[in-house]
Design a protein around this ligand. Structure first.
Ligand SMILES: [Zn+2]
Length: 454
């Protein structure tokens, strides 16, 4: 297919300051024309898509996903992960480096890109490690990694404790034109805590993970950002203190961006009482006051982007069977016996998110916390900028990465229907309003949900 005409959709393109009802024509992988309905002439044989009552937006970009490939095919592969991305409306995802082997060599980066090419779905941007093996002790050849295709650097899942090493990495990576994404955790304070330090930890009898474990490390790293002027990105902010520190560092000239995950803004720590291991992640779900602060920071622009932190795990890694008696979607869990507490603390962190991220973000629009242009800014334009990609706009001549969203389509989260290989979500059974119905990458339709293919 060389040409696709999207007819009569509501185009939302804050990067080009365009919003309104337009026809959009993609030819040979690029945006060829955009004009009032009925005014755009499509070449003979073009595919026609009726986009009326839908939004036509630049393809969504997620800067933080774990595709588990190479190394963990029982959780996800690049093929399954990219198909999940496309079904969620994403045209580009940045795949973190905590694979096996770790993505700290050009060979692993090349493998990831090759798998992505063979999948013909969403695009993959490899994230390279900051330290060898994510061990926090030695640097890697950042230039070689960027030449191999990495466009972001992160030890995500692990904090970079060594300040001198991080300073050196910031210097080198910023000189290459890229940013570092940081998992902010002071492990002397988080103490391998399984849930937020607060009412939920007390009720379950678990060690708590306090806000300070994140905020203290954010504070250290923002001081580095001010000193080095290197671009620094904070992954999955979860506490009100982190947001205040970001605002303050920006006022002192730091080049800092930050992301929030849908689970951190849509849920608070009490969700852990029902969903147990499927609501366990690092950082943990926080107190309602932190969730409120995240909403305010989404609305006022402190938070630059939404990222899923898609973290697939098989049931065994979550010890679902062993903990089945303690957690149930219909009632809150009570204190865990010591052995169960130990099992809970040892289960893998993270939830899947690629197929629910947009639906949860749309709730923010439906509740008038943000408008649709801001949603597109947070899910396409700003993430594309962080990855230094010329994406995030539908301006004429741009690459035709496009997402068509039906903002009013109501649906139920059914994990059995995920493209992802994993089902670890705390949103099972939730009713959501709005989803991607068509995803185009380079002018090709890679996901079509129009015929009930949801
Ligand atoms: Zn992550």
């Amino acid at each position: 297919m060389t040409a696709v005409l999207l007819r009569g959709g509501h185009v939302v393109d804050p990067g080009a300051r365009t919003e309104g009802v337009f026809d959009v024509l993609a030819v040979q992988g690029r945006i060829a024309s955009l004009g009032p309905p009925g005014s755009v002439l499509a070449p003979e044989g073009s595919a026609m898509v009726d986009a009326q009552s839908c939004w036509v937006v630049p393809g969504l970009v997620d800067v933080h996903v774990h595709l588990r490939d190479p190394g963990f095919p029982q959780k996800e592969t690049i093929a399954s992960g990219l198909r999940a991305a496309a079904a969620g409306g994403f045209t580009t995802v940045a795949a973190m480096a905590n694979t096996r082997p770790v993505n700290d060599s050009p060979q692993v980066t090349a493998y990831m890109l090759e798998q992505a090419r063979a999948t013909h779905s969403a695009r993959l941007v490899p994230v390279a490690a900051v330290t060898r093996g994510l061990e926090g002790r030695a640097d890697i050849d950042y230039r070689a990694m960027s030449e191999a295709g990495a466009r972001l650097f992160s030890d995500d899942g692990m904090p970079v404790d060594d300040e001198a090493l991080l300073t050196h990495a910031l210097d080198e990576i910023s000189a290459l034109g890229y940013a570092i994404s940081l998992h902010e955790e002071d492990r002397s304070l988080s103490c391998n805590g399984a849930v937020n330090a607060g009412s939920t930890a007390k009720r379950l009898g678990l060690i708590g993970y306090p806000n300070a474990a994140e905020a203290k490390r954010v504070q250290r790293d923002l001081a580095l950002a001010v000193a080095t002027r290197a671009p620094l990105h904070i992954a999955h902010v979860s506490t009100h203190q982190s947001l205040e520190l970001v605002r303050e560092a920006r006022s002192r000239g730091a080049q800092v961006s930050c992301e929030v995950t849908p689970h951190h803004f849509a849920l608070d720590e009490t969700a852990t009482l029902r969903w147990g291991p499927n609501a366990k992640m690092n950082p943990p779900l926080r107190a309602p006051a932190d969730v409120e602060a995240l909403h305010a920071a989404i609305a006022d622009g402190t938070i630059d982007m939404i990222a899923s932190d898609h973290a697939p795990h098989e049931p065994a890694a979550k010890h679902l069977e062993q903990l089945a008696d303690f957690f149930c979607a219909n009632r809150d869990a009570a204190e865990l016996p010591a052995q169960a507490a130990e099992i809970f603390a040892s289960c893998a962190n993270g939830v899947v998110g690629l197929e629910t991220s947009l639906g949860l973000a749309l709730e923010l629009v439906h509740r008038s916390l943000i408008d649709r242009a801001r949603l597109v800014e947070m899910m396409s334009l700003n993430p594309a900028r962080l990855l230094r990609l010329e994406r995030g706009t539908l301006a004429i001549g741009s690459v035709a990465d496009i997402t068509v969203i039906d903002p009013n389509l109501e649906w139920t989260v059914e994990p059995d229907r995920f493209r992802s290989k994993s089902r670890n979500t705390p949103f099972m059974g939730m009713r959501l309003k709005g989803r991607a119905i068509l995803t185009m990458v380079g002018g090709e339709i890679v996901y079509d949900g129009r015929r009930g293919d949801t």
